[in-house]
Design a binder for this molecule. Structure first.
Ligand code: GDP
Ligand code: ZN
Length: 295
């Protein structure tokens, strides 16, 4: 049996890249997993065979590391969270939302700042403490400019041999970034930008494209509205520095709201946590709590 990875799923066909030959084979599914009602996903590591008549069949699916619903992809290694520093302005609130949702999905986020070339020295100084904060709590932040072509090498390094989703508002420079990472992607970038430019997620096929030495989804990952998968306690765990501190809160399951002897609130008062981060947390918490029950 051959091993491969599903790069595209469309109309009952799976396009599997053979791990050895790097050829893409069009396959149908036939394995035992069908009885277990498991549907192959883009990103799946699979076993497949090719019959003498040339027809390929996916026979088995390796256990998944994770599974995204939107876009439907398995085994995502990395989410590039793209924010421009200007045009549109950098938004800590939107960033915190994306980070929470990505943490919830147990995917590693990397913050990519774009359009650094547009910033004046003063503007840089204003934004720096915020950026430093995200670095301090453990996030990698890469500063880039597609226009001046810097910061791109570190992204290339990062995506090597990994499955990557890209997310961020429209207009922040996602397509430009992908294009400057790999100009052979030109045709696909048009597709990507079309897909990324779309406000709503319509049902379309998802495809992994080779970018540099990694694989990148041509559909943006996560909508900033996806907080609705979270419960209040999940949210507190998705703010990673709060999670670390919560051991020192008096109450287990502390939501860092009005509870006495809360280590997170103490850290906010000590300026160890930046105010915007805590404000955003409280606001998301309220949002989650006031959400209508699903059933
Ligand atoms: P997307 O919607 O996230 O894919 O964003 P685009 O890549 O289409 O870029 C939106 C706009 O920002 C375009 O007009 C780009 O030319 C511009 N842009 C993208 N990257 C940069 C950059 O690094 N510097 C500057 N000055 N403009 C950029
Ligand atoms: Zn607390």
């Amino acid at each position: 049996m051959k091993k491969g990875i599903i790069l595209k799923a469309l109309s009952g066909f799976y396009y599997v890249e053979d791990l050895e030959t790097k050829e893409t084979i069009q396959c149908r599914s036939r394995g035992l997993f069908r009885k277990q009602k498991i549907t192959p996903l883009v990103g799946d590591q699979v076993e497949f065979l090719v019959e003498p008549d040339g027809n390929g069949y996916v026979m088995g699916i390796d256990p998944r590391k994770n599974e995204l619903v939107r876009p439907p992809i398995a085994n995502v290694d990395l989410a590039l969270v793209v924010f421009s520093v200007k045009e549109p302005d950098f938004s800590p609130k939107l960033l915190d939302r994306f980070l929470a949702v990505i943490e919830m999905n147990q995917i590693e986020p990397v913050i990519v700042l774009t359009k650094l070339d547009l910033m004046t020295e003063e503007e840089k100084q204003a934004i720096e403490p915020i950026i430093d904060y995200y670095r301090e709590i453990g996030y990698q932040v890469i500063e880039t400019s597609s226009k001046q072509e810097f910061g791109l090498e570190s992204i290339n390094e990062l995506i090597k041999e990994r499955i990557v989703v890209i997310c961020g508002q429209s207009g922040v420079g996602k397509s430009s970034l992908l294009n400057s990472l790999d100009d052979s992607l030109n045709i696909q970038v048009n597709e990507i930008s079309k897909a990324l430019g779309r406000g709503k997620h319509t049902t379309r096929h998802v495809e992994l494209h080779k970018l540099s030495e990694g694989l990148i989804a041509d559909t943006p990952g996560f909508s900033s509205l996806d907080l609705d998968q979270l419960e209040p306690i999940d949210l507190s765990q998705c703010f990673i520095e709060f999670y670390d501190l919560s051991e020192q809160c008096k109450f287990r399951g502390c939501l860092h709201e009005n509870e006495p002897r809360c280590a997170v609130k103490a850290a906010v008062e000590e300026n160890e946590i930046i105010p915007t981060r805590y404000e955003n947390y409280l606001q998301f918490l309220t949002e989650i709590k006031s959400r209508k029950p699903k059933y």
